[in-house]
Design a binder for this molecule. Structure first.
Ligand code: ADP
Ligand code: ZN
Ligand code: ZN
Length: 745
């Protein structure tokens, strides 16, 4: 390297030369020649001399810095910046840089989040079941299955009648059909399993796709507005606020269809595949093999395969959980986020990104539109829509004829107790359940108090059985085991109190198992199904239960919040929320919002068809606005009250909130680090509101003690600046084994 070219003022690029997880950890530093500076940015593909022989290869720029890691004289120069047009990798690397900056992480952590793992790709076989009967033959075959009560076959035949080709994973995962059943159907000549090396020609099935219905007025208006905005050529972010059943999914499908017509691709994010099975099937029916599904349980290799298909144009629609956002489509035109308010969109691992914000960031980079949809939008989204940052589209009526919103009654559980009713079912709810059982209609009962369930405490001294590794109560399970729901620790149920030896130690409170027992006692003739973390542990547990309930195999479905999301059961005419309570959530400022969302959604489950639905909400706090406004289905009223609460206590979305969490097996180290960080923040940003050091809501997890510092400000940029100050302070803390993580809300 010639002298005089190096020294202060020089800029360097950190490059990765291969996009695969193993090599992401290894970056190479190259100098950016003066002339190339304007062109070279994060995400750029550059040509570099590599290795001893200076072989010319391509590299991806992941970071630009003025601090070379080693002797500048030994650093080689970039030869040229490639102008190859936008590649998906470029966009994703830029997105990783944005995430790193916004949420706090190393560039490597951010890159590993957005780039798929490269493994040796084995060409996998694509299996599907193809109908070998005409429609009439299938109908006749269906009648036989019905008569002989072949339930599994019946499910397959019904699916085949809707679509003559069923992908293998839908067949086994969603319809829960065994290999024997499929073999038997092949023997009957009803269908045949095909194995191919390539994906089926999309046109081949596209002919019989579902068409859209005649749109309602509200749908017309919303679609008209979206088409108008799109035609302006300025990418939009739209929030579709529509009551459950108002036809939001039809709107998504219509915009997706338009996107594909333009030769672009679309991503649909859903909170969790297994809970949104019906939505996924509607996309399949309409778009056939243009659709690819990304399960959260895919192996890394399978995920990579999916991404390869997307890159090569083998599919144009990716449906999946938040990580589907990183699908490397070459021309991404639309991102839809269904149930935008769901918690599942916030990542639990570093970087703690939020899919909504990250989707908008990615859409900005490639000029894509974004549609957010919800019946109960997050305060974040709704407040931005009101400010005009997003386009707001309201849909107030249900799309299907004669389908009306249900009527809601609130029952005060304190009055029940005063009247001597000690059961979990209020008198009104009992009466209504009996009525439905008589009419052969279905009932859903939902328990939204997780912490309410089965913890074990001593009636003599009050000791609660806690996990030795986590600061949380152990839960009692029917198999006689006490289990920690955070780390999986298990021990046998104790016979007497470990603190005072009293024998009066017992499970306390009501979990779904207990509710099921009580329901069986009270309604002995009813067929009851239960859906919770225990009954859905095995693979596809969700779908099996939901399919059975949809098929009418049970009269009552009891479950946790997972039963209120997204399902469409026309025969359900009564929904009971057993204990709509807030007090246990009060540590979290979003408790009220969550209660409102859950109850509103629960109410939306009843009466989706022609028969009117009824909802009974039981609560110990029947006067709270979250419950009253949910009962009245009045989002606007709730929004006003909740926003003034957030404003008063300086919470998001009125204020931005940066949380730093310090965890360590040495409690003193975590505490000390938190104190140092809090002090530095107070000194550098004296006007900012700094809270802590404080105990994290779960003070100990997996043997690590957890402390927090919170910073609140209306100025988001200022919080980003504080995060940078903190990041500079991390090194010595890491040395004494304190792990630091940030969350930006
Ligand atoms: P959302 O996503 O808002 O809950 P969906 O799109 O799922 O609403 O629609 C609810 C139900 O109404 C679905 O069964 C759907 O097929 C039906 N539906 C939607 N739009 C129409 C329409 N324009 N005409 C008739 N039925 C419709
Ligand atoms: Zn005791
Ligand atoms: Zn534990």
């Amino acid at each position: 390297m010639a002298e005089g070219k190096t020294g202060a003022g020089d800029w360097y690029a950190r490059l990765i030369i291969d996009i695969s997880h193993e090599s992401l950890d290894r970056t190479f530093t190259y100098r950016i020649p003066e002339a190339l500076r304007p062109e070279c940015a994060v995400g750029s593909v550059v040509e570099i001399p590599f290795g001893k022989g200076n072989r010319v290869i391509n590299g991806y720029c992941v970071e630009i810095t003025d601090k070379p890691e080693y002797d500048p004289d030994k650093i080689k120069e970039i030869l040229s910046v490639k102008k190859c047009g936008a590649r998906p990798e470029e966009e994703l690397i830029r997105l990783a840089a944005w995430m790193r900056n916004e949420y706090g992480a190393t560039m490597i952590q951010a890159l590993k989040t957005v780039l798929p793992v490269k493994k040796t790709v084995r060409q996998t076989e694509i299996r599907q079941l193809v109908s070998r009967m005409s429609e009439e033959e299938l109908v006749a075959y269906k009648a036989v299955c019905e008569r002989k009560k072949y339930k599994a076959k019946l499910r397959v035949v019904e699916a085949l009648l809707e679509d003559p080709v069923i992908p293998w994973d839908i067949l086994t995962h969603k319809l829960g059909v065994s290999a024997q059943t499929i073999a038997a159907m092949e023997k009957d000549g009803a269908a045949e399993v095909t194995r191919e090396k390539t994906w089926r020609d999309p046109v081949h099935v596209a002919a019989e796709r579902d068409a859209h219905p005649v749109f309602t007025q509200e749908q017309e208006a919303a679609l008209g507005e979206l088409a108008r905005l799109h035609a302006l050529g300025k990418p939009y972010v739209a929030l579709v606020h529509g009551v459950t059943g108002s036809g939001k999914t039809e709107i998504y499908m219509e915009r997706v269809a338009k996107t594909i017509e333009e030769g672009k691709q679309a991503i649909l994010l859903i909170p969790e595949i297994s809970l949104t099975y019906q939505t996924v099937m509607r996309f399949y029916r309409r778009f056939g093999d243009r659709v690819s599904i990304m399960h959260s349980r895919l192996s890394e290799g399978e995920r990579y395969d999916q991404f390869e298909r997307a890159k090569t144009g083998d599919c144009s629609i990716m449906i999946g959980p938040r990580s589907a956002l990183f699908t490397p489509f070459p021309k991404l035109g639309l991102i839809v986020i269904d149930e935008e308010h769901e918690n599942a969109y916030q990542s639990e691992s570093v970087p703690h990104y939020h899919a909504r914000e990250t989707a908008i960031a990615r859409a900005r980079m490639c000029g894509a539109d974004v549609i957010l949809g919800s019946a109960t939008p997050s305060l974040e989204a709704y407040s931005r829509a009101l400010k005009g940052e997003y386009v707001l589209l309201e849909m107030k009526k249900r799309a299907r004829e004669k389908s009306t919103l249900p009527s809601v009654t609130i029952v005060d559980l304190r009055e029940e107790l005063a009247a001597g009713n000690r059961s979990i079912f209020s008198r009104l709810l009992q009466e209504k359940i009996r009525d439905r059982l008589e009419k052969k209609e279905q009932v859903m009962l939902f328990l939204n108090r997780r912490a309410y369930a089965n913890f074990v405490s001593c009636r003599s001294c009050g000791k609660t059985m806690k996990c030795p590794h986590c600061e949380v109560a152990l839960k009692y399970h029917m198999d006689g085991v006490l289990r920690c729901h955070y780390c999986g620790f298990e021990q046998r149920m104790v016979k007497c109190c470990p603190q005072c030896s009293s024998p009066y130690i017992a499970p306390f409170g009501t979990g779904t198992q207990k509710v099921e027992e009580m329901a069986k006692d009270m309604f002995p003739s009813a067929r009851i199904l239960r859906m919770d973390a225990d009954t859905t542990k095995e693979k596809d547990g969700h779908e099996k239960i939901l399919t059975a309930f949809a098929a009418g195999d049970a009269d009552i479905l009891i479950g946790t919040q997972m039963i209120v999301k997204g399902h469409d059961f026309p025969n359900v005419t009564l929904m009971g929320a057993l204990a709509a309570d807030l007090s246990l959530n009060s540590q979290d400022f979003r408790g009220g919002e969550r209660t409102f969302q859950l109850l509103t959604q629960a109410a939306g489950r009843a009466g989706r068809d022609k028969r009117p639905g009824e909802v009974v909400i039981q609560s110990y706090e029947p006067g709270h606005y979250s419950i009253l406004d949910a009962a009245a289905q009045d989002y606007g009223a709730f929004y006003e009250k909740e926003m003034s609460f957030r404003d008063m206590l300086h919470y998001p979305p009125v204020y931005s909130l940066l949380t730093a969490q310090f965890s360590s097996e040495e409690e003193a180290n975590a505490e000390d680090a938190a104190a140092l960080f809090a002090a530095a923040a107070r000194k550098k940003f004296p006007q900012m509101e700094i809270i802590g050091p404080a105990q994290a809501p779960i003070g100990k997890l997996n043997d690590a003690y957890r402390k927090r510092v919170y910073a609140k400000s209306k100025n988001h940029e200022e919080l980003l600046a504080l995060k940078e100050v903190w990041e500079e302070m991390e090194e010595p803390e890491k040395k004494r084994r304190v792990n630091i993580q940030y969350t930006m809300e």
